[in-house]
Ligand binder design. Structure first.
Ligand code: ATP
Ligand code: MG
Length: 557
C-alpha cells in the first residue's frame, strides 16, 4: 500500500483558512474531520476529492479523521459496500483514526429525540408523505402547520415509543422537528427526524424499525465524535441552520461546524452511486470495478495510481462554486506519475507477421534495449530478435500517401532497438488481405553500432514472433458522452457504444513475469496496466490507462 505524504502542505483554500483561524483564536484545540459515506455503492472520484480534503486537512494540522458510515437507510445499504469503501480509502493512502457507524449511535439518537419531545421541540405526525409535501409550501409561500403539531408531550412520547416498538406500518407516522412552517428556508419547516421502516439493517439487524434521517443523524454523529469541521458539499448549505439547530436543541456537548465546498463534476461521466449502480445492475459495465467506471476501484483496475488521484484532487482545489473538470485533466497526473517509473517496452496491438528472408533460419540473438529513455537508472534489458517478428498493421501501407515514412514496398525503416529492414514482398490471402511481409535486413545497421552511411525516416516497433507473449489490449473511450445536443437526454441513452475496444496482439517475452497492477509504457501506444482479473497464464490482459499524448492542455485547465 502506498502511504499518503504526511503533513504535506498543499495550497491554501477557504476551509484551511478557517481552520488556521480557529486554531489561532483557540476555538478548537485539535482538528477532527470525518469522511461520511453512505454504504450504498462504491466510492467514485468525487468521493476521492472529499477524502483527500478531509484527511489531508486534518493531517496537515496534526489532527485526526474518522471514517464514519452513514448507515441510516438500511434498504439500500450492504456490507459489501462497507468493505469496498474501506479498501478504497486505504488504497488511496489514508488511515482513519476511528471506524464508526451512525448505527453505533442509534440508541443515543433515540434518547436525544426523547429530549426534543420533552422540550416541545418534536412531535409525532400522522400526515402521509404526500400530504406533508403539499403542506410544506414553496419558496414564495409559507407552509401550513400539521394538525398533529400541537400534540401533548405525553402523547408524543407514547406514540414515539410505540413507533419504536413496531406497532405501526411503514409510512404511518414520522417524528418531526417543531421549528417554523413559515421559515424562508424550506429545510426548517418541521423536517422529518425519524421514519418507520421495517427493514433489516446490515449491522443492527431487526433491532430497529425506526431510522433517523440524515439531517438529524449527521450533526449528532459529528457532535458525538467531537468532529470540529464537518465538511460537505454545497447542496447542504441550506441544511446548515438545521444542523446547528439539532446540535443546540439536543444539547450536545461538542459543537461541530459545517462547511460546504463545491462537489467535483467531471466531463463525460456520471458521478452518483445511484447512477453507477444502474450501470452495474443493467450489465452495461462489468461490475463496479469496470475500468471505464469513475469509481476508485474501477480506476485502480484501469491502472490509475493513488498518487495520481491525490495529485489531481489537490490540484483542482477547493472552491465555493460548482464547476466541471475535463476528464482528460486526470490523465495529465497519471502520465506525470508514470513517466519516469514505468518500463518502456514494445507491444504490438494489431499484429502483422514479417519474415526477414536474409536472416539465417534457426538463428536468434539478444539485443539490448533501454528500459526508460528518460530515466537511465532503470537500466537495460535484452530482447530477442530472429527471422520472424510482428509489427503493427498500421505501420505498413501498400499504397501510402506521400509523407508516409513507415513500411511500404521498397521502403526501408528502422526497427526500434534492432536493424534497418526493407520491404520486398507483400503476401496476401485469397481475399486480397495482407497476411505477411517479406523483408530483408542490413546486418551493418544494428542499433548502437554507430552506423551512419544512410538514414531512414521511420522507426517502428516490433516483437520477436517465436517468443512473443500473447495479450489482449483493452482500449477505452469515455463510457458516457456529454455532447451538447444530447445534454438533456438521460444518461443511459448517452452510453458510448465504442467505450471498449479489444485488440489481440503480443508483448515482449519478459512480460511473462508481469503481475496484476504492473504498469508499462508501450512504445507509441500509451500507458497500460495488467488486469489482475482477466489475465491468465496463457494470455495477459492489459488495460490502457491513457495514451501518450492528449489534445488537452492542462496549463489551461
Ligand atoms: P452519491 O450521489 O454518489 O451517492 P453522496 O453525496 O450521496 O454521493 P455519500 O456517500 O453520502 O454520497 O458521500 C460521502 C461524502 O462524499 C459526502 O461528504 C459527500 O459530500 C462527498 N461527495 C460525494 N460526491 C462528491 C463529489 N462529486 N465531489 C466531492 N465530494 C463528494
Ligand atoms: Mg447519498
Amino acid at each position: 500500500m502506498e502511504k499518503a505524504v504526511g503533513n504535506k502542505t498543499s495550497s491554501s483554500n477557504f476551509i484551511k483558512n478557517i481552520v488556521v483561524e480557529d486554531l489561532k483564536e483557540g476555538r478548537v484545540k485539535e482538528i477532527i474531520t470525518r469522511f461520511p459515506p453512505e454504504p450504498n455503492g462504491y466510492l467514485h472520484i468525487g468521493h476521492a476529492k472529499s477524502i483527500c480534503l478531509n484527511f489531508e486537512l486534518a493531517d496537515e494540522f496534526n489532527g485526526k479523521t474518522n471514517l464514519r458510515f452513514d448507515d441510516t437507510n438500511p434498504v439500500k445499504e450492504d456490507t459489501e459496500y462497507v468493505e469496498a469503501i474501506q479498501e478504497d480509502v486505504r488504497w488511496l493512502g489514508f488511515d482513519w483514526e476511528e471506524l464508526r457507524f451512525a448505527s453505533d449511535y442509534f440508541e443515543e439518537l433515540y434518547n436525544r429525540a426523547l429530549l426534543l419531545i420533552k422540550k416541545g421541540k418534536a412531535y409525532v405526525c400522522d400526515l402521509t408523505a404526500e400530504q406533508t409535501r403539499e403542506m410544506r409550501g414553496t419558496l414564495t409561500e409559507p407552509g401550513k402547520e400539521s394538525p398533529y403539531r400541537n400534540r401533548s408531550v405525553e402523547e408524543n412520547l407514547d406514540l414515539f415509543a410505540r413507533m419504536r416498538g413496531g406497532e405501526f406500518p411503514d409510512g404511518a407516522r414520522v417524528l418531526r422537528a417543531k421549528i417554523d412552517m413559515a421559515s424562508s428556508n424550506i429545510t426548517m419547516r418541521d423536517p422529518v427526524l425519524y421514519r418507520i421502516s421495517h427493514s433489516h439493517h446490515h449491522r443492527t439487524g431487526d433491532a430497529w424499525c425506526i431510522y433517523p434521517m440524515y439531517d438529524y443523524a449527521h450533526p449528532l454523529s459529528d457532535a458525538i465524535e467531537g468532529i470540529t469541521h464537518s465538511i460537505c458539499t454545497l447542496e447542504f448549505e441550506d441544511h446548515r441552520p438545521l444542523y446547528d439547530w439539532a446540535v443546540a436543541e439536543c444539547e450536545m456537548e461538542a459543537v461541530p461546524r459545517q462547511y460546504e465546498f463545491a462537489r467535483l463534476n467531471v466531463t463525460n461521466t456520471v458521478m452518483s452511486k445511484r447512477y453507477l449502480k444502474q450501470l452495474v445492475d443493467e450489465g452495461i459495465v462489468d461490475g463496479w470495478d469496470d475500468p471505464r467506471m469513475p469509481t476508485i476501484s474501477g480506476m485502480r483496475r484501469r491502472g490509475y495510481t493513488a498518487e495520481s488521484i491525490r495529485s489531481f484532487c489537490r490540484e483542482i482545489g477547493v472552491a465555493k462554486s460548482n464547476s466541471v473538470v475535463d476528464e482528460r485533466y486526470l490523465d495529465h497526473f497519471i502520465r506525470e506519475d508514470l513517466k519516469l517509473k514505468a518500463l518502456r517496452t514494445m507491444a504490438v496491438l494489431r499484429p502483422l507477421k514479417v519474415v526477414i528472408t536474409n536472416y539465417p533460419e534457426g538463428q536468434s540473438e539478444l539485443l539490448p534495449a533501454e528500459n526508460n529513455s528518460e530515466n537511465e537508472e532503470m537500466g537495460i534489458r535484452e530482447i530477442p530478435f530472429s527471422r520472424e517478428i510482428y509489427i503493427e498493421r498500421d505501420d505498413f501501407m501498400e499504397n501510402p500517401p506521400s509523407k508516409y515514412f513507415r513500411l511500404f514496398p521498397g521502403n526501408e525503416v528502422r526497427l526500434k532497438h534492432a536493424y534497418f529492414i526493407t520491404c520486398q514482398d507483400v503476401i496476401k490471402d485469397e481475399n486480397g488481405e495482407v497476411v505477411e511481409l517479406h523483408c530483408t535486413y542490413d546486418p551493418k545497421t544494428k542499433s548502437g553500432s554507430g552506423f551512419n552511411e544512410r538514414k531512414v525516416k521511420g522507426t517502428i516497433h516490433w516483437v520477436e514472433a517465436t517468443h512473443a507473449v500473447p495479450a489482449d489490449f483493452r482500449l477505452y473511450e469515455p463510457l458516457i458522452v456529454d455532447n451538447p445536443e444530447e445534454a438533456e437526454k438521460p444518461f443511459l441513452e448517452r452510453i458510448n457504444p465504442n467505450s471498449l475496444e479489444v485488440q489481440q496482439g503480443f508483448v515482449e517475452p519478459n512480460m511473462k513475469e508481469a503481475a496484476g497492477g504492473d504498469k508499462f509504457q508501450f512504445f507509441r501506444h500509451g500507458y497500460f496496466s495488467v488486469d489482475a482479473k482477466d489475465s491468465t497464464p496463457e494470455k495477459l490482459a492489459f488495460n490502457r490507462i491513457v495514451s501518450l499524448k492528449s489534445s488537452f492542455d492542462p496549463s489551461k485547465a
